[in-house]
Design a binder for this molecule. Sequence first.
Ligand code: MN
Length: 227
Amino acid sequence: MAAAYVDAVLGAGGIAIVLPPQDDHTDALLDHIDGLLLSGGGDLEPSRYGATNVHETTYGISRERDQFEIDLVRKGIARDVPIFGICRGIQVLNVALGGSLVQDVASALVETAVIGHRQHEAGLRSDEIGHDVRLAEDSLLTEAYGDRRLGVNSFHHQAIDGLAPGLEAVGWSADGLIEAVTMPASSFCVAVQWHPELMFVHHPEQLALFAALVAAARKSAMAAAAR
Ligand code: MN
């Protein structure tokens, strides 16, 4: 777990607890947290979303982590735990709910790829803006960022393909890739394809979704205490 995730949670006024994979204890873990942050990481195993091929660029598969995070998402959503997904996190959320992924954006979008989603290949640092994202009107993200156009960083070679039932796309890059989703039926469930935790030091607006997660977690904890 990169320290930047912890720094962003702390910077937003939350308390960070890092959860190592432990399949049999997802319910007990959810009893002890007020919100769930899904971090970046390697690729999901393609069979998780029904793919029978594995693209040659696939890397970093951990079946244990896949299972743990998919369990946390399904149980977390059933319990209405506030959820914020980042990079791999948006992909885990989508796959856990029945969606699928583009296994390699550069090969899939060969005709239409007009922007780079791997900005380090263009010499850009991780805290720099790699491309713009257009946000949906009246979305949780537009509210959090106060604008419908947002500069984001980009370090992904996969992306959402088939959107899972219950999720709504609320952010897109210029080539049409889904860069942000929400789950309207949940009290707070949002996920983005970029890495706000690597940007917020120089782009303070990128702390907004961490602040929104912490606020939702606090609200959820207070409601639970009142029951
Ligand atoms: Mn991108």
